[in-house]
Design a protein around this ligand. Structure first.
Ligand code: NDP
Ligand SMILES: CC(C)CCC[C@@H](C)[C@H]1CC[C@H]2C3=CC=C4C[C@@H](O)CC[C@]4(C)[C@H]3CC[C@]12C
Length: 406
């Protein structure tokens, strides 16, 4: 594709199409997973109460006094400030929610049955938030002349704050990730209430919640990733976490309420065991890099001193800085072994729906596309950051994800 056509497709054609497609598909999914559900546009009083309470809870968690975490300096020289204590937020919220469910299990059925209204409210509020972010953003020199729809979709600001709260921490972490956890628990309880003892959804909920516990434990590490340091706060990220995650990422658990899982107790136990293995490997891969960075290269990986490549980066002030790229452990096998384990986990936790066709595997398929695309985006980012050093690293670790395959 020539450059002019690429720019036209990327900036003018794709944003309105993606926006309409993804927003519409959220309601389609609700009905696809539960044929008794009806489309909703404005939501219900119950849905507004649930969503607004949940937003408030996430906001409150960022206002609790406590130590602050400072993210990497942005290209504009800003140092974003984040709240900590993600693990406590996750555990307290889940314990409170499970206690409420213990006394009022029907709440899970109400949420399940009114899910289309909840998604409608999430859609309306998330689209409105993206509009606010778009309008209040300070125009950046590089964005002048870009189509408005493109800016709305991609976002303008990197670290916007509303009421002195970092918007991306609120949308991605505190609402997005906790919402995913609470909804999967809700659908697991709804499955068990409607279909009798259902080990498949329980296995799914256990794995997902352990995965999200790991996310919150590592929350400050997330502030160094592409989503935070490169992606702006717009429809892709903010609507994505407030609405898309809630309907698409939870779809397997939602689907298993109407279409009961056939997974036996033994099958479900095996799913948990294999899922735990994948989760541990994913964590170990992420941890090796964290440990390596925290100790500035002086650490042991798999019992041996870490091997690394010395590289250079050019800072925003134009000055060169020395840096290192890990060559040991999983980071010597491929450039993204962590993604392989993440995909193994997503596949495993979809297995409780193995007899129900492709639908319980939608998230796995989406993740496969997202992560493959992300390996290209990450290569581009690292190439810009490390230049020739990155090219050398790619020669030493030639595979993006699966050794000898890709
Ligand atoms: N469920 C989902 O939807 C998704 C989940 N994830 C998960 O989130 C976690 C984080 O993923 P993500 O942020 O995408 O990517 P990575 O954790 O793979 O981080 C990539 C970054 O790490 C640094 N890096 C890369 N190679 C090396 C090396 N050899 N030595 C030292 N530093 C290196 C570079 O950043 P720099 O040097 O600038 O620090 C690079 O940009 C993973 O567990 C992943 O599986 C990710 C995406 C989607
Ligand atoms: C427009 C939409 C169809 C696309 C929206 C995509 C976003 C919702 C997701 C893009 C990247 C995703 C994530 C990255 C890394 C993560 C770390 C992991 O440990 C937990 C999940 C996540 C935060 C994940 C969440 C969804 C995205 C932001």
């Amino acid at each position: 594709m020539n450059n002019e056509l690429y720019v036209k497709v990327h900036q003018e054609i794709s944003p309105p199409l993606f926006l309409a497609f993804f927003t519409l598909i959220t309601q389609v999914l609700v009905v696809l997973g539960n044929p008794e559900a009806e489309w909703s546009i404005l939501g219900s009083v119950f849905a507004w109460k649930v969503v607004l309470f949940f937003y408030f809870w996430g906001f409150l968690s960022l206002k609790v006094p406590g130590p602050k975490f400072y993210g990497p300096v942005s290209p504009d020289g800003d140092v974003p400030e984040y709240a900590t204590r993600g693990t406590q937020y996750f555990l307290v919220s889940n314990l409170l929610y499970l206690s409420v469910c213990f006394f009022k299990p029907d709440l899970c059925l109400w949420i399940y049955e009114d899910f289309s209204s909840i998604i409608a409210v999430l859609n309306l509020t998330a689209l409105a938030l993206c509009a606010v972010l778009f309008v209040q953003a300070k125009p950046r020199p590089g964005d002048v002349g870009l189509p408005k729809m493109f800016l709305y979709y991609r976002g303008v600001e990197l670290h916007p704050r509303i009421l002195d709260v970092d918007v991306k921490q609120w949308t991605n972490c505190r609402v997005g990730m906790l919402g995913w956890s609470i909804l999967v628990t809700t659908f697991c309880i709804a499955s068990n209430l409607r279909n009798g003892f259902a080990p498949g959804p329980i296995a799914h909920a256990i794995l997902l919640n352990l995965y999200l516990l790991k996310f919150f434990y590592w929350e400050t590490g997330y502030f160094n990733t592409l989503d935070i340091t490169l992606d702006r706060a717009g429809y892709y990220l903010c609507w994505g976490c407030l609405c898309w995650v809630q309907v698409f990422y939870t779809f397997c658990a939602y689907y298993l309420v109407y279409y009961p899982s056939q997974s036996t107790l033994l099958g479900s136990l095996s799913i948990v065991v294999f899922g735990l293995l994948s989760l541990t490997l994913n964590y170990m891969a992420d941890y090796q890099k964290e440990k390596f960075k925290a100790n500035k290269g002086r650490c042991f990986i798999w019992g041996k001193p870490a091997k690394y490549l010395e590289v250079e980066t050019v800072g925003s002030d134009g000055r060169k800085k020395k840096s290192t790229l890990l060559l040991s452990g999983f980071w010597g096998m491929s450039r993204h072994m962590n993604y392989v384990f993440e995909l193994m986990l997503a596949f495993t936790w979809s297995l409780p729906g193995f007899q129900l066709g492709i639908w319980p595997f939608l998230y796995f398929i989406f993740l496969l596309i997202l992560l493959v695309h992300r390996t290209f985006r990450d290569d581009k980012k690292c190439q810009q950051k490390y230049g020739a050093g990155w090219n050398k690293y790619c020669l030493m670790v030639p595979y993006k994800m699966i050794p000898y395959v890709f």
